[in-house]
Design a binder for this molecule. Structure first.
Ligand code: SAM
Ligand code: TMP
Ligand code: ZN
Length: 405
C-alpha cells in the first residue's frame, strides 16, 4: 500500500506515465553520465481525497544551485506578482513593522515590490542560483528549505510573520506536515498562510496532464486543502481562482477559528462536489482523455514530418518533459526547442534530448509550425511572435485538445 503524505491513508493510483526524467534536469550535450529516472504515477487518497504522486524524488535532486527555472522570464507573471505584493501591502501588512515571509521566492519576482515598499521581508529559497538573483534585486533571502526547523529559527531571530506566502511551491513539497508545523511556529496569532498552485479542477477540465511531473507532488482542491488545513490545526478561510499558469487557486489559511470562512470557499467546494472532483471515475475518464491527446499529438507530428513540414517547439518548460517523454517526441519530430532562459540554452531537454536554442533561432527561418510547450503563456508569446503568424506560421496546441491555430 502507498500511503498518503497528508493523512497516511491509502492511495488509489489512476494514471502511470512510466519512467520519467527530472523535468528541470537540462543536460550538457557532452554529459555521458546516466540520467535519473523515476516512475511518474498519480493516485487519490481514499481517506482525505488529496491527489498526489505515488513516488517521491529526493528534494536535493530537484532544488539546488543550478535550478534553471527563473520566474521573471514572463512579463505577465511579473505583473501578477507585483499585484500580489500590493494586495498584501494594502491588506495584511498595514500594522506596525509588518513582516512577510515567502517560501520559494525564486529570483525575487514578488518580494522585490515588498522591498521597494520598505516592508520587512524574508525569502526562503533552497536553490542557490535563483536566490542570488533575488539578492541582486535587494531582496533578503535565506538559502534554505522551508520546514519546521528553519521556520523555528526564523521565528526566534525575527519574530512572528503576518503573512507566509508561497506561489507554485507548496504543491512541490511532500513533507507537508513539516511545512504546517513550520507555519505554526512562525505565523502570528492573526496571520495568514497564503499559497497558490495549479488547480486540479482546471487540470481535469483541460486534460492538462503536463502539469504532472516530478516537482508537482500535490494537486490541490478546496476539499483536500480544507481537510489538510484542519488536520494541522488551521482552517481554509478563502479561495480565489487565478487565470495564471493554466488555472490556479489561491488558498488563504488561518489559525482555526481566527477568521470567518468566505462564501467563495463554500461555493467552490460545492462546485467540486457537483463535478465529482473527489471520485475515482472522474480520474479514470481523465486518464482516457490523456491517452487520446497523446495519440492525436503523435499522429499529427508524424504526419507533418512525413509531409515535409518543419515543426519546432516553443518554451522548454518543466511541463514539456512529461509531454515529450510520454508521447515520444524526440529530435526526429522536433529538431529543437527555443527558450529565453540563458541557463537552459545550449543544453538538451531531459529524457527527450531536444536541443534548447535561444529564441532568435525561431525566426531563422520561421518554421511551418510551432509546438507551444509554454501554452500557459500563450497570450504573451503569441503577441510577441505575431510576425511568425504574419509569415504564415501556425501554432500547435494540445491543451485542452490537439489543434492547429
Ligand atoms: N514562487 C515562484 C513562482 O511562482 O514563479 C517560484 C516557483 S518554482 C516553480 C518553485 C520554487 O520553490 C523553486 O525556486 C524551489 O527552489 C523552491 N522550493 C522547493 N522546495 C522548497 C522549500 N521546502 N522551501 C522553500 N522553497 C522551496
Ligand atoms: P513555465 O511554464 O514553467 O512558466 O515555463 C515557461 C518557460 O518558457 C520558461 O523556460 C521560459 C520560457 N518562455 C519563453 O521562452 N518565452 C516567453 O515569452 C515566456 C513567457 C516563457
Ligand atoms: Zn490522505
Amino acid at each position: 500500500m502507498i500511503e498518503c503524505r497528508v493523512c497516511a491513508g491509502s492511495l488509489s493510483e489512476f494514471i502511470d506515465f512510466g519512467r520519467q526524467p527530472l523535468s528541470d534536469a537540462f543536460r550538457k550535450p557532452d554529459d555521458s553520465t546516466p540520467e535519473f529516472f523515476f516512475r511518474l504515477a498519480v493516485g487519490i487518497c481514499e481517506s482525505c481525497t488529496m491527489v498526489q504522486l505515488v513516488e517521491e524524488v529526493p528534494r536535493d535532486r530537484m532544488f539546488h544551485q543550478e535550478y534553471p527555472y527563473h520566474s521573471s522570464g514572463s512579463a505577465v507573471m511579473s505583473k501578477h506578482f507585483a499585484k500580489t505584493a500590493h494586495y498584501f501591502l494594502e491588506t495584511e501588512l498595514t500594522g506596525a513593522d509588518p513582516f512577510i515571509v515567502e517560501i520559494g521566492c525564486n529570483d525575487g519576482i514578488m518580494l522585490k515590490t515588498i522591498r521597494e515598499a520598505g516592508v520587512r521581508h524574508l525569502g526562503v529559497e533552497p536553490s542557490g542560483g535563483v536566490a542570488e538573483l533575488a539578492r541582486s534585486e535587494g531582496v533578503r533571502v535565506r538559502t534554505d528549505f522551508f520546514e519546521e526547523s528553519s521556520a523555528s529559527k526564523i521565528r526566534a531571530a525575527e519574530g512572528p510573520a503576518d503573512v507566509i506566502y508561497a506561489a507554485n511551491t507548496i504543491c512541490h513539497i511532500p513533507y507537508i506536515e513539516s511545512i504546517f508545523r513550520g507555519v505554526d511556529a512562525l505565523l502570528s496569532a492573526a496571520g495568514v498562510f497564503v499559497f497558490e498552485d495549479p488547480y486540479l479542477g482546471d487540470i481535469v477540465e483541460r486534460t492538462a496532464f503536463d502539469q504532472i511531473y516530478d516537482e508537482h507532488f500535490f494537486f490541490f482542491t478546496v476539499r483536500s486543502v480544507g481537510a489538510m488545513a484542519q488536520r494541522f490545526g488551521f482552517e481554509l478561510v478563502d479561495v480565489e481562482r487565478l487565470a495564471v499558469h493554466g488555472g490556479e487557486v489561491r488558498y488563504t489559511i488561518a489559525r482555526a477559528g481566527s477568521r470567518t470562512p468566505s462564501a467563495a470557499t463554500a461555493e467552490l467546494l460545492a462546485e467540486e462536489q457537483a463535478r465529482g472532483l473527489a471520485e475515482r471515475t472522474t480520474f479514470d475518464h481523465f486518464a482516457d482523455a490523456v491517452g487520446q491527446v497523446r495519440d492525436d499529438l503523435i499522429a499529427l507530428l508524424r504526419r507533418l514530418r512525413d509531409e515535409g513540414s518543419r515543426v519546432v517547439a516553443y518554451g522548454a518548460t518543466a511541463k514539456s518533459a512529461t509531454v515529450a517523454n510520454y508521447c515520444g517526441i524526440g529530435p526526429d519530430l522536433v529538431p529543437f526547442v527555443c527558450d529565453t532562459t540563458l541557463v537552459k540554452q545550449g543544453r538538451l531537454t531531459p529524457g527527450s534530448h531536444l536541443p534548447v536554442r535561444p529564441v532568435t533561432a525561431f525566426a531563422d527561418p520561421y518554421p511551418d509550425y510551432a509546438l507551444l510547450f509554454a501554452w500557459n503563456h500563450a497570450e504573451e508569446i503569441m503577441a510577441k511572435e505575431q510576425q511568425f503568424r504574419d509569415a504564415g506560421g501556425r501554432w500547435i496546441l494540445y491543451v485542452p485538445e490537439v489543434k492547429i491555430i
